[in-house]
Design a protein around this ligand. Sequence first.
Ligand code: RB5
Length: 151
Amino acid sequence: MKIAFGCDHAGFDMKEFLRDELKSEGFSVEDFGTHYPTPADYPDYAEKVALSVAAGNADFGVLICGTGLGMSISANKIDGIRAALCLTPEYAKLARQHNNANVLCLGGRFLERKQAYKILKTFLETAFDGDISKGARHKRRVDKIMALEKL
Ligand code: RB5
């Protein structure tokens, strides 16, 4: 599984930590920056990661800014992206099960490393509940989200 990472200065430390954790577990990671803790504009990194995921070059994206808000707003402008700001592992589980989120957004200024890691692992380990046995309601709703791109 390949994971694309991006952050601004406020998410820099968290990005370095999470990227290295995943790498040490054998995940393939691509780091789109920022590579420095100096001020950086979050939309620039959201764009790079979102385009990589949308093109199928990464399975999932992880975007970290101070709150995770700017990253999620930016990434969701790219067609094919369902970016979810997750505050707890339960949010991450539901973002995958119900929304088929493909980009995880985190708030580097509001999360402990351990909690962020738990959120990330939950996100990566949870599948979308898109099958017919569940009434396919989640698939229908996600299809409706994607149809909004065509308006
Ligand atoms: C940077 O100060 C901050 O605005 C940014 O990291 C993010 O939280 C924006 O949504």
